[in-house]
Design a protein around this ligand. Structure first.
Ligand code: NAD
Length: 268
């Protein structure tokens, strides 16, 4: 296997499960040291670190920060700097709540904006200058199809993800001329998944399954039929493959993009 990320250090937020864990494993497979992060108990952290090491990471370390708290993010970035990173920053942690705009509480708005948007500002602000000095850096922000198009009942989520796509384009422009083809440059991109099988979609799957007489598979089929023309969900590992590919030095000219992995959702 090509270990093109040997010697590189990656922080993947929310990497104790779901898409983040899959991205961490894909980067580990290419040889990166992985900073693991997320809200989890000790057992889940140990399990995630073991999986990431088995996937090929030479080293892992868990970084603890509630992303609603800017001071905790600062402390995490300090600790990460001491550990030697990051060359690669994947802002993946995210939350979702569905409610009509009129029914949303201020607390839910603030919570979703803090985790899905502001946290990425706090990590990028700290990570990009060091990437610039090294002439290599990758920021991959896990946005969503909801960073490109809207759906009803998701106002804060859609606002945060559109904001994440916009902020990523600004950062891409600010760092576009850094480094060289040989060093790999500093790039900033978003990945925009459609329906992907993780815990975050479970409440929506359960609600739709109830409408379909309690049949979970019928619930998923109904969600897909509404938005995702491939009629197939994505596996988190497929998002991981794309993230690892963006980290290759040959990806030096791929920057400022928002790449859908959505079975045609946003082609419509
Ligand atoms: P998930 O619920 O399995 O994972 C979310 C992760 O975020 C967890 O590791 C959790 O610990 C972390 N997290 C949540 N709140 C946090 C906080 N306050 N502080 C620190 N960490 C926190 O869901 P997932 O699908 O793996 O989500 C990963 C990303 O993918 C999210 O940004 C989500 O919006 C995005 N996404 C998912 C889908 C999908 O269909 N699964 C589609 C589009 C976008």
């Amino acid at each position: 296997m090509d270990r093109y990320l040997e010697g590189k250090t990656a922080l993947v937020t929310g990497s104790v499960q779901g898409i983040g864990l899959a991205v961490a494993k894909a980067l580990a497979g290419a040889g990166a040291r992985i900073g693991v992060h997320g809200l989890a108990d000790a057992e889940q952290v140990i399990r995630a670190e073991q999986e990431i090491k088995t996937a090929g990471a030479p080293e892992t370390q868990f970084f603890d920060a509630d992303l609603r708290d800017p001071a905790a993010i600062e402390a995490m970035m300090d600790a990460l700097g001491e550990w030697g990173g990051p060359d690669i920053l994947v802002n993946n942690a995210g939350i979702q709540q569905t409610a009509s705009l009129a029914d949303l509480t201020v607390e839910i708005w603030d919570w979703i904006i803090a985790v899905n948007l502001s946290a990425a500002f706090h990590t990028m602000r700290r990570a990009l200058p060091a990437m610039s000095t090294r002439g290599y850096g990758r920021v991959i922000n896990i946005a969503s199809v909801h960073g490109l198009v809207a759906s009803a009942n998701k106002a804060p989520y859609v606002a945060a993800k559109f904001g994440l796509v916009g902020m990523s384009k600004v950062a891409a422009l600010e760092y576009a001329a850094i480094g060289s083809r040989a060093t790999g440059g500093v790039t900033v991109n978003c990945i925009c998944p459609g329906w992907t099988e993780t815990a975050i979609i479970e409440p929506q799957v359960a609600a739709r399954a109830t409408e379909q007489g309690g049949d979970r598979e019928a619930g998923i089929a109904s969600l897909l039929a509404e938005k995702q023309p491939s009629l197939r969900t994505s596996d988190p590992a497929e998002i991981g493959m794309l993230a690892a590919w963006l980290c290759h030095p040959r990806g030096h000219n791929i920057t400022g993009t928002a790449i859908p992995v959505d079975g045609g959702w946003t082609a419509q």
